[in-house]
Design a protein around this ligand. Sequence first.
Ligand code: SF4
Ligand code: SF4
Length: 77
Amino acid sequence: MIKQDYFPLINQKLCKKCGLCAKLCPRKVLESGADGLPFAAHPEKCTACELCVSHCPDFAIELKSLQDNEHHGCIDK
Ligand code: SF4
Ligand code: SF4
């Protein structure tokens, strides 16, 4: 079954804006913003496959539950 209640959250302190995650996501959930930082443009399409999480060279992505978090873009921690 496809999990649809997760989305990728980008830690902008760790992200180096390489763009890899947006290119890799098979569901086109992630897009690069004008500042180069990726954000979840289509969080409802995420299948929680973890491809982006496992390939991010800076460990800047974690999956969050849509129910737990109102923010679908970036965190600054
Ligand atoms: S793969 Fe990681 S470092 Fe590269 S743009 Fe995505 S979140 Fe940022
Ligand atoms: S977990 Fe998979 S579907 Fe979700 S944003 Fe990452 S690569 Fe895309």
